[in-house]
Design a protein around this ligand. Structure first.
Ligand SMILES: Nc1nc2c(ncn2[C@@H]2O[C@H](COP(=O)(O)OP(=O)(O)O)[C@@H](O)[C@H]2O)c(=O)[nH]1
Ligand SMILES: [Mg+2]
Length: 293
């Protein structure tokens, strides 16, 4: 997002680091010399974020908050019926690829199909996501079903995926007690640095501040993963997870009766064999989850 230029008078060019703001254009005046610098994000240029969570959690609204407009239909029975929706947004000079997914306890779509769509969404931009943004609605508490959903995510993508999961609590209007939220975060099994709150119905200033906090924390997480050369959740990590499952599991016997709309999409990215195995695994996972995921 382009903003009005900020004019900074400095003694030397070194002051630049302290005066710049992400996404701003800065005009630096040093003596008679004038420099115009456009600040881009100093962290990873482009982030791929996949939004996952229960229907009604606020995934689509969060996406719209970043888009700054209601570009995606909010009706869960309409928007959730379509395979993954990808939108590109920009926040403070950083490009974000946001992928919306159907709700984890959708009542109208077959459970295995929901899982298939999430798998396809994960690799829809080809390379995997930097972050699985787990969206949760505040007010419900965090019950055993929620715990199962978070665990289900780990089951789908393996232990390695835990490094990429970030927790976002929606419907937080600012009146909530921080201690209560901290306790809640602990119960959900997340570290304080890996969660943020947002009120998608809040005012512009509140939302901008909350988006800033969310993105700063996400960038920290990505930076940490990057130092280990594991910047994002990769296809290789997913394949490795499936390989481990193959040994002695009933996955091979599972039946993918569904004519999955995402099959072709996945095959192009993961290849025929891995895709077929992933679909069978999702069918099995869906069967195992007898209560609403
Ligand atoms: N008050 C409030 N309402 C929200 C917030 N986020 C989403 N909603 C509302 O919750 C409902 C479900 O949101 P939606 O984004 O469609 O959820 P999804 O199914 O996860 O995509 C909609 O009516 C939204 O307007 C929030 O942060 N605060
Ligand atoms: Mg939605």
């Amino acid at each position: 997002m382009e903003t009005d230029p900020v004019i900074v008078k400095a003694q030397s060019h070194q002051h630049l680091d302290h005066k710049g703001h992400k996404g701003h254009t800065v005009r630096l005046q040093c003596g008679d010399e004038m420099m115009i610098i456009k600040y881009v994000h100093s962290q990873t240029e482009k982030l791929r974020i996949i939004l996952i969570g229960k229907t009604g959690a606020g995934k689509t609204s969060t996406m719209n908050t970043f888009l700054g407009r209601a570009a995606v239909r909010k009706n869960p029975f309409v928007s959730d019926g379509t395979p993954c929706t990808t939108q590109t947004a920009e926040f403070e000079g950083q490009e974000l690829v946001l992928v919306d997914t159907p709700g984890l306890c959708h009542t109208l779509i077959d459970k295995a199909e929901v899982l298939n769509t999430i798998t396809a969404s994960t690799f829809q931009p080809d390379e995997g996501p930097h972050v699985f943004l787990y969206v949760h609605k505040w007010e419900n508490g965090f019950n055993q079903h929620d715990e199962k959903r978070v665990q289900g995510l780990k089951k789908m993508f393996g232990e390695a995926s835990a490094r990429y999961v970030f927790f976002l609590i929606t419907h937080v209007d600012g009146a909530e007690d921080k201690t209560t939220i901290t306790k809640f975060i602990k119960k959900a099994g997340f570290k304080p640095e890996n969660y943020a709150v947002i009120n998608n119905r809040g005012g512009k200033d509140q939302k901008t501040e909350q988006q800033k906090q969310l993105m700063d924390k996400i960038n920290q997480l990505v930076k940490k993963n990057k130092t280990k050369n594991e910047e994002f959740y990769s296809k290789e990590m997913f394949k490795e997870h499936l390989e481990q499952l193959k040994a002695g599991s009933q996955v091979d016997a599972a039946n993918t009766k569904l004519s999955s709309a995402v099959e072709g999409m996945l095959t192009a990215v993961l290849g025929e064999e891995v895709t077929q195995f992933a679909l069978r695994f999702n069918a099995l996972l869906a069967e195992m989850i007898d209560e609403k995921l």
